[in-house]
Ligand binder design. Structure first.
Ligand SMILES: *Cc1c(COP(=O)(O)O)cnc(C)c1O
Length: 397
């Protein structure tokens, strides 16, 4: 059967594939510890669930306006003002079925053949494919580990061409956990300031930050960038709401209107019930967020320590999100039963087969020298999983 050529141009999300594989092994009875998941292991807070139950009981179960209810837009507007000192009107915000969907619609609204989009690597798996599906061309800028995986202004400058339409900034980052300080963002903004290039600020991990500076985005540190910045965010990561599928964008009216138009011809509104839940997440008590973050911080400290105790693994201390991205390249060249491990994919296969531990190859994020582990799992799993990894690596010769 003939499929559209765009299908062959992209790959399935590798993180989702690894999680599915680990779950399938678990279902077969294998005792697999999963470090693959890109979602908090906490339950959605009770007040948020209650708001959704009430929405169902009140019969709030019909179509809403395509880009979300005014109530949700107002909650998003209040959040952006409170947390980010950014002011928007209702016509400048749109809610979608998760931040991934927001990014997809944004790419469909902005990019076409010949357009270049700068993506710093290591990058979140979906950015390049979302750009490709819109017909655009990802331009990968490889950040250095010695720069803590942050793009230098000179690197950005060097990647810009006459066809550059946008640059993606994801801070704190998935997969590295790197977070840009306000000064670092200002330096990036200085490169972009007089250019007709849109900054796509994926702030989905803004609440999960341990750095000794507070979260900032490029439009907050450089107000002149606001007219060319699209802020993308959502409730998935901050409120343990990945399954509810609510993300949003805020930015120039023209772009938001274009996203609305595209969304009106694909999904229509995000789920009405989830919208009510998201309103409660954004407007309600924020204490649970702090509790989750302090738990994540404990796990981060332990997983980094344990990883660095493994011979051949070097791991930076991430400043945010719930991932570590250790360098495993020293292990390449070692063998198990005569078979050499030469790249991140072979290493994660070995760890799954021999140690019953699921991780994600760095190759999926644009860096084959690394693997990604999510520490959105219990301390007990972290300790047991790292013991298994250490033993499995010790078996290599
Ligand atoms: C999880 C994630 C998203 C998407 O989250 P949704 O669940 O679709 O809201 C977007 N960007 C990054 C970097 C992520 O890790």
């Amino acid at each position: 059967m003939k499929l559209a050529s765009r299908v062959a141009k992209i790959k399935p999300s590798e993180t989702l594939a690894i999680t599915a594989k680990a779950n399938a092994l678990k279902a077969e009875g294998r005792d697999v510890i999963g470090f693959g998941a890109g979602e908090p292991d906490f339950d959605t807070p009770a007040n948020i669930k209650a708001a959704a139950i009430k929405a169902i009981e009140d019969g709030f179960t019909k179509y809403t306006p395509v880009g979300g209810t005014d109530e949700l837009k107002d909650a998003i507007i209040a959040k952006l003002k409170r947390d980010n000192a950014l002011e928007y009107k209702r016509s400048q915000v749109v809610a979608s079925c998760g931040a991934k969907h927001t990014l997809y619609n944004l790419a469909q609204a902005l990019f076409e053949t010949g357009d270049e989009v700068i993506i710093p690597a290591p990058y979140w798996v979906s950015y390049p494919d979302i750009v490709i599906l819109a017909g655009g061309q990802p331009v990968i800028v490889e950040t250095k580990e010695k720069d803590c995986f942050k793009m230098k202004p000179e690197q950005l400058q060097a990647a810009i061409t006459g066809r550059t339409r946008a640059v993606v900034i994801n801070s704190p980052s998935n997969p590295t956990g790197a977070a840009y300080s306000p000064d670092e963002l200002k330096a990036i903004a200085d490169v972009l300031i007089d250019k007709d290039i849109i900054a796509i600020s994926d702030d989905i991990y803004e609440k999960i930050i341990y750095a000794d500076f507070s979260f900032a985005n490029i439009a907050t540190v450089e107000p002149k960038m606001k007219e060319r910045t699209i802020v993308v965010n959502g409730v998935s990561k901050a409120y343990a709401m990945t399954g509810w599928r609510i993300g949003y964008a805020a930015g120039p009216e023209q772009i938001i209107a274009a996203i609305n138009k595209i969304q009106s011809q694909n999904t229509s509104n995000p789920a009405s019930i989830s919208q009510k839940a998201a309103v409660e997440a954004l407007n309600g008590d924020q204490e649970v967020v702090g509790l989750m973050v302090s738990e994540f911080r404990k796990r981060r400290d332990i997983i980094v320590q344990l990883l660095n105790e493994v011979d051949g693994i070097k791991c930076l201390l991430p400043e945010g999100a719930f991932y570590v991205f250790p360098n495993v390249s020293e292990i390449f060249g070692r063998s198990f039963q005569g078979k050499k491990i030469t790249n991140s994919t072979e290493l994660i296969d070995y760890l799954l087969d021999e140690a019953n531990v699921a991780t994600v190859p760095g190759a999926a994020f644009g860096s084959d020298s690394h693997i990604r582990l999510s520490y959105a799992t219990s301390l007990k799993n972290i300790e047991e999983g790292l013991k298994r990894i250490k033993n499995a690596i010790a078996k290599l010769s």
